[in-house]
Design a binder for this molecule. Structure first.
Ligand code: PHB
Length: 396
């Protein structure tokens, strides 16, 4: 069967925040692009991911005219609490480094970007199947897929972008001899819930305890997001509400008598956990962005922020390529993006190991971890180091 051929400058696989943000920036610069996505719009809008945006991510969304909803409906957070040995220690971002983060869930970022692409007449094709990429090392790389109506389509472009998430088809199209998969696994996962309850505290609480880690996050005045460290093999569906609340409460208990505000739990799931980086993030005219190129454990809330940071660098490289005909910035994309990726990998790995408790930890390891938490929280330099990484290093 002959495929219909559509031609564009930049072909983007994946309509998550990375793919749509890139598409939006390119369109604003007058660079034609097409996005293809295997999921439908409603499924992506209902996929719950992390909820913290660095100040640089917020600026990228608002400065590029996506939508100001992040500022009106998101909540600015000027700090977090690190809680260990039953006591809370505030990391005051505003005082330490004069920056903040915004609590604004990733699915809302997606909704804003999808609406902006629709408003601006963007070409985004949801619900496609059988996506493949080919001819990545030629001047006309291609995306082949079946569209929602069953038509076979081939997109011919100059530049191919893989923004198709951690299970990336684009990444897997790179021959194994020319890519290095760097990863570490962790002996734990996160049990995540959404609950109908008021916030338990004004800011997020990252809690370390002998029973394991817990994160008390938020969504709104009436819905909260919480997580606790669990075994990767855990079946979330067999846990009762009482068991979940007991497990969470145990991890934040302390002499101050802090109590979580409980409510009906309407979603419970186990999130996998690993650190991964693909090097390089390029193969010929195929460029990887976001989770397609790297995965971080959720502890530092870096996943979405890192994806948007990649997109900023990649957009500038593509824009410069069309403006000057020089591939210099495109040639530098992988190294430039990876420099930030490895800093974020370090931050996420550090936060994860510092805050979680391994099931087989011996008393030495347990007390060493408390020594590390005390060192970080008792020193202004320590708190500043954490605040800088958490709120996000400046974009170059
Ligand atoms: C969330 O609210 O989902 C969230 C917040 C902070 C994290 C991870 C997840 O570090």
């Amino acid at each position: 069967m002959n495929a219909r051929i559509d031609t564009t400058r930049v072909g983007i696989v994946g309509a998550g925040p990375a793919g749509l943000m890139l598409s939006h920036l390119l369109a604003k610069a007058g660079i034609d692009n097409i996005v293809v996505e295997k999921r439908d719009r409603g499924t992506i809008a209902n996929t719950h991911r992390a909820g913290i945006l660095e100040h640089g991510s917020v600026r990228l969304l608002t400065d590029s005219g996506v939508d100001g909803r992040v500022l009106t409906e998101g909540h600015r957070h000027d700090g977090i609490d690190l809680r260990f040995a039953g006591e809370s220690h505030r990391i005051d971002f505003a005082d330490l480094i004069g920056e903040s983060v915004w609590l604004y869930p990733q699915n809302e970022v997606f909704v804003d970007l999808a609406d902006a692409r629709e408003r601006d007449g963007g070409d985004v094709r949801y619900s496609v199947t059988d996506t493949e990429v080919l001819d990545q090392t030629t001047d006309t790389p291609k995306i082949r897929f079946t569209d929602v109506d069953g038509t076979a389509v081939e997109i011919h472009c100059d530049i191919l972008v893989g923004a198709d998430g951690s299970q990336s088809v684009c990444r897997r199209s790179i021959p194994e001899q020319v890519r290095t998969d760097n990863f570490v696994e962790y002996p734990f996962a996160w049990f995540g819930i959404l609950t109908e309850a008021p916030p338990s505290a004004p800011e997020l609480i990252y809690a370390n305890s002998e029973h394991g880690f817990a994160l008390i996050s938020q969504r709104s005045d009436t819905v909260q997001r919480m997580y606790f460290q669990c075994d990767p093999g855990t079946d979330a569906s067999v846990w009762t509400e009482d068991q979940i609340w007991e497990e969470l409460q145990k991890r934040v208990d302390g002499p101050d008598g802090f109590q979580l505000k409980r409510g009906r739990i309407f979603e419970q799931m186990v999130l996998p956990f690993r650190s991964y980086v693909c090097e390089p993030m390029r193969y010929g005219n195929l460029f990887l962005a976001g989770d397609a190129g790297h995965t971080v454990p959720p502890t530092g809330a870096k996943g979405l922020n890192l994806a948007l940071a990649d997109v900023r660098v990649l957009f500038e490289a593509i824009d410069s390529f069309y403006a000057t005909k020089s591939p210099e910035l495109l040639d530098g994309y992988s190294d430039t993006a990876l420099a930030r990726v490895w800093r974020a990998q370090n931050f996420s790995y550090w936060m994860t190991n510092m805050l979680h408790t391994r099931a087989d930890a011996n008393p030495f390891e347990r007390k060493r971890a408390l020594g590390e938490l005390a060192s970080v929280t008792s020193s202004r330099y320590g708190r500043q180091y954490l605040a800088e990484g958490y709120t996000g290093w400046p974009h170059s």
